[in-house]
Design a protein around this ligand. Structure first.
Ligand code: SF4
Ligand SMILES: [Zn+2]
Length: 321
């Protein structure tokens, strides 16, 4: 397969319209169970903050759909957090996901950090997203302000050098490693997002590079890995599909990566968690008979971190031997 080379201009030219958002309200919020670092299953609140679009233009990203073109006014982010917390049941941990980078001052105004810290101090863990190139003393200052455990989620995406540079993320594996070492050195936990089958890889390579990337992330010091099966839906991914440079992974590949990932951490790093992202998982069903059972298996394995017996299917097992 050719390696797709995508520029900012390609990404922008292929985009459908953004959703219209109110800067004073989060665009989504929910509480869901997640396996904790301590081994319990805890409720985690996720607030999807409305804020200015991320300045990077990664090929596979569709998070820009729920962003603004302008910086939010000072006070808007604390108002959004307040809005969600008042409407959700209590939870032990909180994710403040901003479809970008929490420590980008154009996204989350620094003037709001103290107010945000006050709001989230009650949670055992505060999880935010960030790019390696924005990972520095700003994270440490915020950790000191919240006075509770900070976890920073960083997308490594893949350690495949050609694919990573083709994703237009403007980072190298060395940038990622340096960011993880910096955070771990300051007692800030790190979770990472890895891609299953980014553009340019076939099904087998997709599995292989997801696992190589997982091994690398854990070697560097990441304590939680979330694997994201790559989807279409942002415009440029559809263009790559038409050029035969991208197709989504199957749910069987998702199961294989999760199984191998769980087996790997059981042997080398038992406190590390491995999750398979299940958002919109029906998109990855390639057999209607067993898709729901495979989805249920993945969701239970995410919570228990144990490998379950494989799903058997008389309709498709023959084709997948
Ligand atoms: S850095 Fe993250 S939010 Fe920004 S474009 Fe890339 S994937 Fe999307
Ligand atoms: Zn089947």
């Amino acid at each position: 397969m050719d390696w797709p080379v995508i520029s900012d201009a390609d990404v922008l030219a292929s985009r459908p319209a953004k959703n219209r958002l109110d800067p004073w309200k989060p665009y989504a919020f929910l509480v869901e169970p997640e396996r904790s670092a301590a081994g319990s299953v805890d409720d985690v609140m996720t607030i999807f903050l409305t804020n200015r679009e991320c300045p990077f233009r990664c090929t596979m990203c569709d998070l820009w759909k729920n962003t603004l073109d302008e910086r939010v006014p000072v006070g808007a982010i604390p108002a959004q957090i307040d809005y969600a917390i008042k409407r959700l049941p209590p939870a032990k941990h909180i994710k403040l996901y901003n479809a970008g980078n929490f420590f980008d001052a154009q996204a989350i105004p620094v003037e709001d950090h103290a107010a945000i810290a006050q709001q989230v101090r009650q949670f055992e863990t505060v999880i935010v997203e960030n790019h390696p190139r924005l990972t520095d003393e700003r994270c440490v200052r915020f950790r000191d302000q919240i006075e509770t455990k900070l976890e920073v989620a960083i997308g490594l995406e893949t350690i495949h050098p050609t694919v990573l540079s083709g994703l237009n993320k403007r980072m190298t594996v060395d940038d990622f490693d340096a960011a993880v070492r910096f955070l771990v050195g300051h007692k800030i936990e790190v979770r990472t997002f890895l891609l299953l089958k980014p553009p340019g890889l076939n099904e087998g390579e997709g599995i292989e590079w997801a696992l190589r990337s997982l091994h690398h992330a854990i070697d560097v010091g990441v304590q939680c890995v979330s694997v994201i099966p790559v989807r279409s839906g942002n415009g440029v991914m559809e263009t790559l599909s038409e050029r035969m440079q991208f197709s989504s992974p199957t749910i069987r590949s998702m199961e294989r990566v999760l199984e191998h990932g769980l087996e790997f951490v059981r042997r080398v790093s038992p406190s590390t968690r491995v999750f398979m992202d299940v958002w919109d998982i029906a998109k990855f069903f390639n057999c209607p008979s067993c898709g729901p059972a495979r989805s249920g298996r993945i969701q239970r394995m995410n919570l228990t971190q144990q490998i379950e017996a494989a799903v058997e299917c008389s309709d498709c097992d023959q084709d997948n031997r």
